[in-house]
Design a protein around this ligand. Structure first.
Ligand SMILES: Nc1nc2c(ncn2[C@@H]2O[C@H](COP(=O)(O)OP(=O)(O)OP(=O)(O)O)[C@@H](O)[C@H]2O)c(=O)[nH]1
Ligand SMILES: [Mg+2]
Length: 212
């Protein structure tokens, strides 16, 4: 991403040459400030979590992984976008280059749920199409039930309306994290390499969106 403000995270490894094939995952994670986007990415990529809050301008994470139980290599390029509307040009560029979208809200923040709807419209407008792979994520599910301001049912209903998948996650206690990033990866793998569709991969599927 050719901007001065975008930080780039990459870790070199020498595993690519041993893989039977390579998949590029260009994923953008969006949603309100403080909903836990960066925490979800870091929990997935680095198995870490911090209670400290550092607002993101925009980060690009690049990592290479091998899908468990396969020889399929995955190059993740994850655009972690700010919850604020600063740097609209950078935002548009990231949305344009991404192929999969993760929209995050926090279950204890009602506004973040309303913001998720605006983000969805922004993505559709920027991409100019509606048939996009989107995941709606209800994060911070670990917080006390009495502080939940958005119910599971509301999240599920919105996902049904969008015809997308829905999952309840926690970056803090590492709930549903691998599935959130790996299920879309498997989908892309099956689209781009149908010959690999029968490869086994162990994961608990996300909650599928009911048929529209
Ligand atoms: N309890 C709980 N706290 C979380 C969770 N995920 C993130 N947090 C906390 O929420 C705060 C915000 O997390 P971030 O990941 O920085 O949020 P963000 O969406 O990236 O915010 P911006 O970069 O400003 O857009 C931090 O203090 C995190 O520790 C979670 O699953 N559970
Ligand atoms: Mg962030």
């Amino acid at each position: 991403m050719p901007t001065a403000n975008a930080k780039k995270y990459s870790r070199k490894n020498n595993t690519k040459s041993t893989c039977v094939c390579e998949i590029q995952m260009k994923l953008a994670i969006l949603g309100s400030s403080h909903s836990g986007k960066t925490s979800l990415v870091k929990r997935f990529l680095y198995r870490s979590f911090s209670d400290k809050y550092n607002p993101t301008l925009m980060d690009v994470f690049e990592e290479h992984y091998i899908l468990d139980a396969t020889d399929v290599g995955v190059s993740y390029r994850i655009f972690d976008l700010s919850g604020s509307d600063e740097f609209p040009a950078m935002r548009q560029l990231a949305i344009s280059s991404a192929e999969t979208f993760v929209i995050v809200y926090a279950v204890n923040d009602r506004k973040s749920f309303e913001d998720a709807k605006k983000v969805k419209m922004e993505i559709v407008k920027t991409k100019g199409r509606t048939d996009l792979p989107i995941l709606l994520i209800a994060n911070k599910c670990d917080v006390a039930e009495r502080t939940h301001l958005v119910s599971s049912e509301e999240g599920r209903m919105l996902a049904r309306q969008w015809g997308c998948q829905f999952a309840e996650t926690s970056a803090k206690i590492s709930q549903n994290i691998d599935n959130l990033f790996i299920e879309p990866t498997i989908k892309i793998m099956k689209q781009k390499h149908p010959e690999l569709a029968t490869l086994g991969y162990n994961y608990q599927p996300l909650i599928p969106a009911p048929a529209r």
